[in-house]
Structure formats: C-alpha cells, structure tokens
Design a protein around this ligand. Structure first.
Ligand SMILES: *[C@@H]1O[C@H](CO)[C@@H](O)[C@H](O)[C@H]1NC(C)=O
Ligand SMILES: *[C@@H]1O[C@H](CO)[C@@H](O)[C@H](O)[C@H]1NC(C)=O
Ligand SMILES: *[C@@H]1O[C@H](CO)[C@@H](O)[C@H](O)[C@H]1NC(C)=O
Ligand SMILES: *[C@@H]1O[C@H](CO)[C@@H](O)[C@H](O)[C@H]1NC(C)=O
Ligand SMILES: *[C@@H]1O[C@H](CO)[C@@H](O)[C@H](O)[C@H]1NC(C)=O
Length: 413
C-alpha cells in the first residue's frame, strides 16, 4: 500500500521534472520579409454573390470566374524558372486556366516519400536539409486527422464570435499557453464582444512525442482550447497548420467576424485590438499587421528561412509578418478555396501573403503591430504597450508582468 503510494508520488514528481524540462527547451521562432502589386478587391465580393457553395467540380470554374484577374497578377510576379516551386506554381496557373498540364504529379494527391519523380526535378536535392527534403516529399499532403478538437468553441454565444485568437504553439510550450490564457488570451465577452481562443498544434517530434501528447490531452480537458492535428509540428509544416486551421474554421467557426493569427510568444493588447476592430467597416476585407515588403528568399544556409535557389527564385509578395496579423472571418472560405491553387510554401506567412494576393487583397500596414519588437528601452514599459496592438516577443513571465501593469487602473501614462 505504502509502496504504491510512494510510486505514485515518484511518478508525479518525475512528470513534473519532465514538464519543467520541456518548458525550458527553447523554441526558436522569428519573423521575416517581400513586393506589392496593385490589385483591388471589390468590397462587394467579400462574399461573392453565390447562391450555393460550389461543388468540388465547380471550384475551378468558380475561382476562374471570381479571381482570374488577381491570379493573373500574381502570376506576373512569379518568375518562370526551373526552380521547383516556380515550375509547380506555373503548372497550377495553367491548370486554373483549363490548359492541359503535362504531368502526373497530381496536385491534390499526397504521394509520400516514394516519389522519385519529384526529387528528380531538383538537381541538388541530396544536398537539401532533412527539413527541406521532408517539405518537398509531403507538400501535396493536406489531410491529417484532428486528434484533439473543440467542436463547440464558437457556439454558446448569443452573438457570433467577434474575435477568434488562433495561436500557433508547439506541444511542449505549456508555459507560453498558460501565460496567454491567464492574460490577453482569456476568453470572454468584453464589451459584449465574444472572444475565443484556440491553440494550434501538431504532434511532438521527439521520442517524447507520445508522452507530450498525453499531457496536451490532459491540458485540453482542463482548458478546452487545444486543436491538435496528427502531423509533425515543424517550422516548415506551419503552412499545413494554417491550411488545416482554415478547414477547421469552416467547419466549426464559420461565422467569426475577425481572426487574429499569432505566435504563442507575442504580447497582444486585446482591449486595444477590440477597440480597433469595432471601428473597422465589416464589409471591407481586412488583412492587416506589420507589412513586410520587397523581401526575397534568404540564401544564408544557416538561417531558419533559408530557401535554396533550386527551390524558389523571385521576390516574395507583400505579406503581414507571421508573429501576428488580423483578417476578416468571411475571407476564410475564399482563402481555403484559392489555396488549392497555390502550392504550399515552406514559410507560412509568405504563403498566406500569396493566397491573399490570389484573392486580390494586399496587406494593410498597422503601426500597432511590432513583430520585430520595439526599442530596447521600451520593452517592459506598460505605457508603450498600452498603445500597441501586438509585440513580438515576450516570455511567459514578461507577459504576465506586462498584462498586470497595463490592466492596472492606477497606471498613469
Ligand atoms: C483571365 O485573364 C487573362 C488575362 O487578363 C485572360 O487572357 C483570360 O481570358 C481570363 N480568363 C478567364 C476565364 O476569364
Ligand atoms: C504518367 O504516368 C504513367 C503511368 O502511371 C506513365 O506511363 C507516364 O509516363 C507518366 N507521364 C509522365 C509525364 O510522367
Ligand atoms: C456547435 O456547432 C458545431 C458546428 O457549428 C456543431 O457541430 C455542434 O454540434 C454544436 N454544438 C452544440 C453543443 O450545439
Ligand atoms: C510534416 O508532417 C508530416 C506528417 O507528420 C511529416 O511526414 C513531414 O516530414 C513534415 N514535414 C516537415 C517539413 O517537417
Ligand atoms: C475539411 O477537411 C476534411 C478532410 O479533408 C474534408 O472532408 C472537409 O470537407 C473539409 N471541410 C471543408 C469545409 O472544406
């Protein structure tokens, strides 16, 4: 009897030690950069007049009818080159036009790692990193089971969800998620505006993966804010995570007004965000954040953003830095639809920018988004933060501190 209790205590302690170790593993996450195009989205087309949602066979016709002009413009910005992604994307453009495509590489098929054909297209494929190789081998895979769902996330409010905070996290980032829940990510209805939070996760990569998954399942039962899909949560799978999130939103949070997509290490001034969004014309398509313009692929091997020349050549479209940006909920279905005709790109915020371009929507800069952080001296200044919408990056501890200070009614600025 006593022995088994000892065992229980020891197991619990071990779990805690393991948890602490996981939390202390640092997660590297940063932002990056791109070139705008002049295209206009007609506000009437935020929900293009369509009596019924097109059936699968009609999607192509639908995209062709509604987004031909913007797709053509996007096409002009992507050099026709031999590089893998350029070639693949131009093939997709041809497919949208209904022109015959001379290949067997079915775009919707998830062909897996046996595709020698794919790798043969890249002369220096063998020199690619494991991450780059895996990206290419799986870049047509878009269907992964949802291991942990929150099907009721957006119901149960009298009004439709006003703001959905969709936070990219990693299984091991327990502390970051807790800090978010306890501060700017707290769910509720401030000022009558329903705010909901979900954390977007894949599965852990290491041999601890399964144990982590069990801990995350426990966390989900406690807080009800975890979405976890059965794919490896790596940096280059963030585009996949984005896509699966769009799919989830269409199924479970279709009527949401605005979505804030961000990292778990940003600090968001939620009251300020709500007050800004309340003033936005909800018929206008919104895609806003810190805009990265005139960027192009990083060619430095050691960079997390490194893109080989045999993979992509050309500029990046203007995009909103992935640390955090906001867009209109009604755009989800159009993004989801058009993304079928944009090949997955390893850098998720660049990919999102590409999809918005395909819809004819350019990112709008908002000075309240500081995804590259602010002057060093202001980094723990509550007054500075009380005027901002979002800064990157803050530790869980700093987040708790800052939140307490900006919420203090005695704060004098
Ligand atoms: C799409 O736009 C291109 C260039 O503007 C034009 O040549 C083509 O006919 C258009 N296709 C459709 C289906 O409207
Ligand atoms: C397409 O696949 C068929 C059989 O699966 C093969 O015979 C043919 O050569 C392939 N064509 C191309 C262009 O790869
Ligand atoms: C909540 O909404 C989703 C889809 O919008 C639905 O599948 C689910 O049954 C709803 N749950 C409740 C408790 O009404
Ligand atoms: C993305 O996830 C899939 C499924 O787990 C995995 O096979 C693939 O290697 C991952 N891709 C990258 C680039 O890590
Ligand atoms: C979401 O993905 C699943 C699995 O691929 C698919 O069956 C479903 O139709 C998708 N939902 C939407 C709204 O596209």
């Amino acid at each position: 009897m006593k022995e088994s209790r000892c065992l229980t205590v020891a197991t619990a302690l071990l779990t805690l030690v393991a948890l602490k170790a996981y939390i202390e593993w640092t997660a590297e996450q940063d932002e990056q950069l791109p070139a705008p195009q002049d295209s206009r989205w007609h506000s009437s087309s935020i929900t293009p007049v369509t009596p019924v949602w097109p059936s699968e066979e009609d999607w192509l016709t639908f995209v062709r009818q509604h987004f031909n002009e913007s797709l053509q413009q996007l096409r002009q910005t992507i050099p026709r080159a031999k590089a893998y992604w350029n070639a693949k994307q131009h093939q997709l453009f041809r497919a949208v036009e209904g022109r015959p495509v001379h290949t067997n590489d079915s775009q919707s098929e998830c062909s897996g790692p046996t595709t020698a054909e794919k790798t043969a297209k890249i002369k220096d494929f063998e020199s690619y990193s494991e991450l780059h190789k895996n990206f290419i081998l799986y870049d047509n895979c878009r269907t992964f089971p949802l291991l942990i769902n929150q099907p009721d996330k957006c119901n149960g409010t009298k009004d439709r969800t006003f703001l959905l905070l969709a936070i990219k996290s990693l299984p091991k980032n327990f502390a970051a998620r807790q800090a978010v829940r306890d501060t700017w990510g707290r769910e509720g209805e401030p000022g009558g505006l329903p705010v909901r939070t979900v954390f977007l996760l894949g599965t852990g990569q290491s041999r601890y993966g399964l144990r982590l998954q069990n801990m995350v399942a426990f966390e989900s039962r406690t807080y009800g804010d975890i979405l976890m899909w059965d794919f490896e949560d790596t940096f280059f799978n963030l585009t996949l995570k984005d896509f699966l999130f769009l799919n989830w939103t269409l199924e479970y949070c279709r009527d949401v007004r605005f979505i804030l997509k961000g990292d778990d290490d940003v600090f968001i001034n939620t009251p300020q965000v709500l007050s800004y969004l309340s003033s936005v014309d909800s018929h206008r398509p919104l895609y806003t954040g810190q805009v990265v313009s005139n960027a192009s692929p990083f060619r430095v091997h050691r960079s997390k953003y490194y893109i080989p020349e045999s993979f992509y050549v050309g500029p990046y479209p203007a995009y909103a830095g992935g640390g955090g940006y906001i867009f209109s909920g009604p755009l989800v279905r159009w993004l989801h639809l058009v993304s079928r005709y944009i090949a997955f790109y390893p850098i998720d915020d660049v990919y999102t920018g590409l999809c918005f371009h395909a819809l004819g929507i350019l990112p709008e800069a908002h000075p309240g988004f500081q995804t590259f952080d602010i002057a060093e001296k202001d980094r723990m200044d509550p007054c500075v933060h009380s005027k901002l919408l979002l800064v990157h990056r803050r530790s869980p501890h700093q987040t708790l501190d800052l939140w307490k200070q900006i919420k203090d009614p005695n704060l004098k600025c």
